[in-house]
Design a protein around this ligand. Structure first.
Ligand SMILES: Nc1ncnc2c1ncn2[C@@H]1O[C@H](COP(=O)(O)OP(=O)(O)OP(=O)(O)O)[C@@H](O)[C@H]1O
Ligand SMILES: Nc1ncnc2c1ncn2[C@@H]1O[C@H](COP(=O)(O)OP(=O)(O)OP(=O)(O)O)[C@@H](O)[C@H]1O
Length: 565
């Protein structure tokens, strides 16, 4: 008989009311106590669903829909540590979550947040894995056996003795999953576990989760924006939109979802039945469309084919022999990079290949151990911070680093003033990226995607000639990413040079004219986006895999429309 792993019965939740849990416990970003008793619009509105044992379920929904909130309600973090007003019932493996702490529930549900480092309590892999078991009072012999099983299951044998700080991001994420598994839970909930990972590391993590579902019958509930990465692993989906939640088989949910991967968009455009949700299914329908496109390929200008401006003008940015050393690591190893106004460059490469270090060194704030950087002839490192900002703007991977004001509205007003932009510029950019952000809310209470959009809007308002963005698509839904690509395209068209470090191949396909690939701090490929991404199974976007030579749904749509004229 199958047991229901996670059950929500008429769950309604709104932020704003005082915390209902124990006092003296550090909250998870909630500040309801000092913001008064005002209750906001419900984030979850009469949510009911049942997830059986051994199911891999995706939680999908637009930016700020409440996905993190729903996941935290599974193990009681919401409302216990966030405050808020909650009605209805959540049960995991038959246990009522109300009144229990996440630690009480560790043997039925494991929670893995977006940033594994933030959740670690020790310094070493094995200690971290053993920690939860120790807390639960498991006998040493049983504990060693359990840790070994988890190490094998998650492919961590080679690194089990290492310090956590020496692990790659994908390995750290697998350790975080392992730590959540030690207590032997029925269910695992994961909040965008691959958002910071390169495509290879993401595949490793998702394959490990897939094995847990198949070998151990664990139920996995996983929130993710990059659906193209995860659909092939999932059985079912929950769609959260406007507070309401719909559950169903993956294909059915994606067919009606406002957020769907490119393959679904292509299927809708081409009228393929289903529509297909995997590349494999889509290829079965693709032959007639390939034929039509082959006839049009010569006559249609594709967006990303716009010639590189590098050939047109003198470079805005010129770096020579740029080197960044940390103790024991050469993060950037003699990089030469020239970029002109109008270029849209994606910086790609494995986790730890040196992308962030390169961006910060180019901007002038980061460490530079050797080499030169010039932006419009000036060395940004030699300028004062205020002046530096007029040469280059950098949106950091952790968007919160850029935000200081008490409300979204104040942040936007400050950005308009600092950037000498007309009033309302920043708010308008924000609204284009993510709709409906409450201007009165504190930036720390925004969802991940909303906060990132705000940091982007603040930087784009000042619009310096060189724009550097470090992983700017975390937490953004597909419409948000398309809006970001469009805005960056407009800025490039107006003479800015835009460099984006990203693991998001679909965003790269929409945005980039040129791709630079780093490996171990060195540039190993540099050329037109279409050429570089098509040549690599790791970097190729979904559309390219189904219709070689075509990168995005919009491109295919334009080609089909051109034939209708
Ligand atoms: N502590 C809080 N106080 C007030 N409002 C909050 C708080 N935390 C989140 N919110 C709001 O609740 C809504 C849902 O946030 P949540 O983080 O659950 O969304 P999400 O779907 O996970 O978003 P993303 O896709 O960006 O990760 C957002 O509008 C957010 O601004
Ligand atoms: N402050 C630091 N001190 C020591 N080593 C560092 C520091 N910052 C980065 N490193 C190391 O330098 C190398 C490059 O890191 P960097 O963050 O630039 O890579 P990345 O390509 O941006 O990675 P990711 O895709 O994971 O964000 C890695 O080996 C990293 O561990």
């Amino acid at each position: 008989m199958t047991v229901d792993a996670i059950v929500f019965e008429h769950v309604t939740f709104a932020y704003g009311a005082p915390p209902s849990g124990a006092t003296g416990v550090r909250g998870i970003g909630g500040h309801s106590a000092d913001s008064g008793p005002a209750v906001h619009r419900p984030v979850l509105d009469d949510v009911s669903f049942t997830l059986p044992e051994g199911e891999f379920c995706l939680l999908v929904g637009p930016t700020g829909a409440g996905k993190s909130t729903l996941l935290k309600a599974v193990n009681g973090l919401v409302p216990r540590f966030t405050g808020g007003d909650m009605h209805g019932r959540v049960t995991v493996a038959g246990r009522d979550v109300r009144g229990a702490t996440p630690a009480d529930l560790a043997d039925v549900v494991g929670y893995v947040g977006q940033d594994p480092l933030a959740g670690f309590v020790t310094d070493e892999v094995e200690l971290e894995l053993a920690y939860t078991a120790e807390q639960l009072g498991v006998a040493p012999a049983a504990m060693r056996k359990r840790v070994t099983e988890i190490v094998d299951l998650l492919g961590l044998a080679d690194v089990r003795d290492r310090a956590l700080a020496q692990l790659s991001s994908g390995q750290r994420q697998r350790v975080a999953i392992g730590a959540a598994l030690v207590a032997g839970p029925t269910a695992l909930v994961l909040d965008e576990p691959t958002s910071a990972l390169d495509p290879t590391a993401a595949d490793e993590v998702l394959s490990a989760l897939h094995r847990l579902v198949h070998d151990l019958g664990i139920t996995v509930l996983l929130a993710e924006h990059r659906l193209e990465r995860v659909v092939q692993y999932a059985d079912s989906a929950l769609l959260l939109d406007g507070g309401r939640c719909t559950a169903g088989p993956l294909g059915e949910i994606l067919a009606r979802s406002p957020v769907a991967p490119p393959v679904v968009g292509l299927g809708r455009l081409a009228g393929w039945p289903g529509p297909p949700v995997t590349i494999r299914e889509a290829r079965r329908h693709a032959a007639p469309l390939r034929k039509i496109l082959a006839e049009r390929a010569g006559t249609v200008a594709r967006g990303t084919d716009i010639p590189s401006a590098a050939q047109a003008g003198p470079p805005l940015l010129e770096a020579r022999g740029l080197t960044v050393d940390y103790p024991g690591v050469r993060a950037v190893a003699g990089v030469d990079l020239a970029a002109a106004r109008g270029e849209r460059i994606a910086l790609m490469g494995r986790n730890g290949s040196g992308k962030s270090s390169l961006l910060w060194a180019l901007q002038g704030t980061g460490k530079r151990s050797g080499g030169t950087v010039a932006i419009g002839g000036a060395d940004p490192a030699a300028r004062r911070p205020g002046e530096r900002r007029t040469l280059a703007g950098l949106v950091p991977a952790d968007a919160a680093d850029l935000l200081y004001a008490e409300t979204v509205a104040a942040e936007c007003a400050g950005a308009d003033e600092d950037g000498r932009a007309p009033k309302g510029t920043c708010a308008k950019i924000l609204d284009d990226l993510v709709e409906g952000v409450d201007p009165g809310v504190h930036p720390r209470d925004l969802s991940e995607g909303q906060r990132l959009a705000l940091a982007l809007a603040v930087t784009l308002t000042a619009a310096p000639p060189l724009l550097l963005l470090d992983e700017p698509t975390r937490g953004l839904d597909y419409p948000g990413k398309a809006a970001l690509a469009a805005r960056l395209g407009t800025l490039a068209g107006a003479g800015h040079c835009v460099v984006v470090s990203t693991h998001d191949v679909e965003f790269c396909a929409e945005f980039a004219s040129r791709v630079v690939v780093l490996s171990d701090g060195e540039v190993v490929a540099d050329g037109p986006a279409r050429q570089i991404t098509a040549a690599s199974p790791m970097f190729a976007p979904q559309v390219e895999k189904i219709l070689p030579g075509w990168m995005t749904v919009a491109e295919v749509e334009a080609a089909l429309e051109s034939g209708d004229d």
